[in-house]
Design a protein around this ligand. Structure first.
Ligand code: AMP
Length: 660
C-alpha cells in the first residue's frame, strides 16, 4: 500500500467515536496521550462573553462540561442525524438541548440562539478524529470508511456522508456496524479482498434485504473463493442502546438478514439498578432522599464503578458520604447484582430470539456470535448470550474497539493492502504456554493447518496450590522470555491438593476464522478459565521469518536450556516429595537409610544448582529415584492405609504448573 494512501476506519458512535487504521502488523486503534481510544461524541458550546463566535469543546472536556451546562452540550447527535422532526418525537423528551424543524427536512440544534445541524455537529467530531489520525500517522488523511447501524436508512447514511465531506473526508464506503465487527474477526475478509469494492455492496435494510452475489475479479473468470456461507450474530450492548443483527456472509457479500434492538436499554440501566438499591436503603436507614444534583451525579459515578468492579471480582464495596457524619456503606456480591440485572439481560435475549426468527434461523445454529459494546464485559451478559446461542461468543477484541477495527480492515481491503498475515490457512508460528522455570510447552506447532485443536495435561508444582497462571505464548524458541506473550489468565479456586495431584487440562482451539480459544480445566474439581486471542494481529511476515531464522541459529542452546530447566524442576519436585515422605514415614526406615536419603537430597540440590553437565544431573536424578524407591513404597502404602489417594510419585516439572 502506498503509505500516503492510508484510508482510516471510523466508528462514529452515539456515545463514543473511534478511529483506526491497518498497517503490515494488522489493525491499530488510535489513542490519545492518556491511552484512551474513545472520543466522547459530545460537543460543548462556550458562549463568547464579547458576543463573538462561541468556542467549542470536543470529547472529554465537553463531556465534563455537560455536568454543569447540560443545555449547552450536544450529545447523542447520532439519534438525530438524517431524521425529520416527525421521526424524532419520541427522542425529544430525552434531550436537554433544544431542537427545532429547520429547512430541507433538517432538525437543527439551537444553542445560545445559534443553530447547528446534526451534520455540522457530526462533522466537528469527524474533524477531530481526522486530526488525531493525521497527527498519529504524520501525514494528511483524505479518505475514510465510516460505520453506521445496520438499520440506518438512506437519508441517515447520506447525512453521515455529508458530515464527513464537511470534515474534509471522502467516504470511500459506509459499512454497517455489525459487518465491521465481523470483518474485525477476519470473517469474510478473504472474500471481501477477492471481491473488492464494486462487488461487495453493503446492504442497509432492516430485514431480509437480498444482495445478489456478483462474479469475482479472478483472472480466470471463476468464482474466487468457495468459502462456506457463514451466519453471524452481532450482539451490541453499549451504554444506552442495544442492537442485535444477524448477518449471512456468502461469496464476499454481507447480507443483513435481520436486526432488532432497543434504543433505551444499556449499561446505564445496570447502573440504575445499583442507584435504586442505594436510594432505597439510604431512605430506610437515614430517612434521606438523594435528590441534589451533585449527590445524584456522585451516585451515578459510584454505581458505574461498582458495576465495572463486579465484572472482575465477586464482590464490591459501596460507600457514600451523605454529609454530617453519615456514611452509607455496604458490600454487594456479584450474584446479588446479577439478580437485579437479569430481567434487563432477559430483554436483550428475547430480542435475539426474535431476530433469529426473522432471519429464519434456529438460534443455536448460528455459526458465530460477536460481542460489541462496553456492557458485554459483564459476565452475566456473556453467560446468557453463550447459553442462548449455544456457543462461546467472540470476545478476543476489545468490545469498544471492534467496530473501528473492522472499519479499518474494510478500508485496508479497499486500499488494496496485502493483509497477508491475517489470511493464512496455517499457524505462522507455534503456540504454547509457559511452564515452570520459564520454559515453553508448545501445543500447536507452526504451519499447522487451521482449524486445529490440541490438549495437554499439566499439574501443580507446590502443595496446596490453588491457582495457576497461564501465559499464552507464540514463537519458536524454547524459553518464554524469547517468545511473544499473547495474553495471560489465571485458573483460580483449585481445591488445595498435594503438588502433582490436580489434573489441569489445557486446550488450544483455533477455529476456521483463526481465533484462538485457550481453556484450562482442573478435572478433579471442574474449575475452569479461559482466554480468547486473535494470534495473527501484530505480526509481520518479516518478523515471522526473523523468528524462524533465530530459532534455527539458537536451537542447540535453547534445547539444552530447556532440558536444564526441566531437570532442575524435577530435582526440586522429587527432593521436596522425598522430604515430605521422610516426615511422614521416615520412622519406618532404619536410621542409616534415613540419614543417607537426607544426604542424597542435599547433594542432588547442590549438584542441580552448580553443574552445567546435564547428563551428569540426569544420571544423579535417576540414581536418586532408585535410592528413594523404598521410601516411596512406604509412603504409598501408608497413604492407601489412610484411605487417601496415593500421590503421583514424580512428574515432569514446569512453571507453577507441571506437565504430566
Ligand atoms: P459503549 O457505549 O459501548 O462505550 O459502552 C459503555 C457502557 O459499557 C457503559 O455503560 C459502561 O459502564 C459499560 N462498561 C464498560 N466497561 C464495563 C465493564 N468492565 N463491566 C460492565 N460494564 C462496563
Amino acid at each position: 500500500m502506498n503509505p500516503s494512501e492510508t484510508i482510516i476506519g471510523i466508528d462514529l458512535g452515539t456515545t463514543f467515536s473511534l478511529v483506526a487504521y491497518v498497517d503490515e502488523r494488522g489493525p491499530h486503534v488510535i489513542r490519545d496521550e492518556t491511552g484512551e481510544a474513545r472520543l466522547p461524541s459530545v460537543i460543548g458550546v462556550l458562549p463568547d462573553p464579547d458576543g463573538g463566535r462561541p468556542r467549542l469543546t470536543i470529547g472529554w472536556p465537553a463531556r465534563n462540561h455537560a455536568v454543569e451546562h447540560p443545555e449547552t452540550t450536544v450529545y447523542s447527535i447520532k439519534r438525530l442525524i438524517g431524521k425529520g422532526i416527525d421521526e424524532l418525537r419520541a427522542e425529544l423528551p430525552f434531550l436537554a438541548y433544544s431542537v427545532m424543524p429547520g429547512p430541507r427536512h433538517t432538525v437543527p440544534v439551537e444553542i445560545d440562539g445559534r443553530r447547528y445541524t446534526p451534520e455540522e455537529i457530526s462533522s466537528i467530531i469527524l474533524q477531530e478524529l481526522k486530526r488525531r489520525a493525521e497527527e498519529h500517522l504524520g501525514r494528511a488523511v483524505r479518505r475514510a470508511v465510516i460505520t453506521v447501524p445496520a438499520y440506518f436508512d438512506d437519508s441517515q447514511r447520506q447525512a453521515t456522508r455529508d458530515a464527513a465531506r464537511a470534515a474534509g473526508l471522502d467516504v470511500v464506503r459506509i459499512i454497517n456496524e455489525p459487518t465491521a465487527a465481523a470483518l474485525a474477526y477476519g470473517i469474510g475478509i478473504r472474500q471481501a479482498l477477492q471481491q473488492q469494492s464494486p462487488c461487495a455492496p453493503e446492504s442497509r435494510g432492516t430485514s431480509l434485504l437480498q444482495v445478489a452475489p456478483c462474479p469475482t475479479s479472478g483472472s480466470d473468470g471463476t468464482r474466487a473463493d468457495a468459502a462456506p456461507t457463514q451466519t453471524v450474530a452481532v450482539y451490541d450492548l453499549g451504554g444506552g442502546t442495544f442492537d442485535i443483527s444477524i448477518l449471512r456472509i456468502e461469496s464476499g457479500v454481507f447480507q443483513v438478514l435481520s436486526t432488532a434492538g432497543d434504543t433505551r436499554l444499556g449499561g446505564d440501566d445496570f447502573d440504575r439498578e445499583i442507584i435504586k438499591l442505594v436510594q432505597h436503603e439510604v431512605r430506610e436507614q437515614f430517612g434521606l432522599s438523594i435528590e441534589s444534583p451533585t449527590t445524584k451525579q456522585a451516585l451515578r459515578g459510584l454505581a458505574e464503578a461498582v458495576k465495572i468492579r463486579l465484572s472482575e471480582q465477586d464482590a464490591a464495596r459501596i460507600e457514600l458520604d451523605l454529609g454530617q457524619d453519615r456514611l452509607y456503606r455496604r458490600q454487594i456480591g456479584r450474584d446479588e447484582f446479577e439478580r437485579l440485572c437479569d430481567p434487563l439481560v432477559a430483554r436483550t435475549i428475547a430480542l435475539c430470539r426474535s431476530a433469529a426468527e426473522d432471519a429464519g434461523l434456529a438460534i443455536d445454529r448460528i455459526d458465530q456470535v460477536i460481542l460489541v459494546g462496553g456492557s458485554t464485559r459483564m459476565p452475566l451478559v456473556r453467560r446468557r448470550v453463550g447459553e442462548t446461542f449455544g456457543r462461546t461468543p467472540y470476545t478476543a477484541l476489545n468490545p469498544d474497539e471492534v467496530v473501528a477495527i473492522g472499519a479499518a480492515m474494510q478500508a485496508s481491503v479497499l486500499a488494496g493492502s496485502p493483509l497477508d498475515m491475517l489470511l493464512l490457512d496455517v499457524t505462522p508460528l507455534s503456540l504454547g504456554i509457559e511452564t515452570m522455570g520459564g520454559a515453553v510447552s508448545k501445543l500447536i506447532l507452526k504451519n499447522t493447518t487451521i482449524p486445529c485443536r490440541a490438549t495437554e495435561q499439566f499439574t501443580t508444582f507446590v502443595d496446596g496450590q490453588t491457582a495457576i497462571k497461564l501465559n499464552v505464548l507464540q514463537g519458536e524458541r524454547e524459553l518464554a522470555r524469547d517468545c511473544r506473550s499473547l495474553g495471560e489468565f489465571e485458573l483460580r479456586d483449585i481445591p488445595p491438593m498435594p503438588a502433582g495431584m490436580p489434573k489441569v487440562e489445557v486446550e488450544f482451539l483455533i477455529d476456521a476464522n483463526g481465533i484462538l480459544n485457550v481453556s484450562a480445566r482442573e478435572l478433579r474439581s471442574g474449575r475452569q478459565a479461559g482466554i480468547q486471542i486473535v494470534p495473527s494481529h501484530g505480526l509481520t511476515r518479516e518478523e515471522v521469518e526473523r523468528i524462524e531464522r533465530e530459532s534455527i541459529a539458537r536451537a542447540r542452546d535453547d534445547i539444552d536450556e530447556h532440558r536444564r530447566i526441566d531437570l532442575v524442576n524435577q530435582v526440586e519436585f522429587d527432593t521436596n516429595k522425598a522430604e515430605q515422605m521422610l516426615a511422614k514415614v521416615g520412622h519406618l526406615l532404619d536410621a542409616g537409610e534415613a540419614a543417607r536419603i537426607r544426604a542424597d537430597i542435599a547433594a542432588l540440590r547442590k549438584l542441580a544448582a552448580e553443574t552445567r553437565d546435564l547428563d551428569q544431573l540426569h544420571r544423579a536424578l535417576d540414581a536418586f529415584g532408585k535410592g528413594t524407591l523404598h521410601l516411596a513404597e512406604l509412603g504409598i502404602r501408608e497413604a492407601l492405609k489412610d484411605g487417601g489417594e496415593a500421590e503421583a510419585p514424580t512428574a515432569r516439572a514446569p512453571r507453577d504448573n507441571v506437565k504430566t
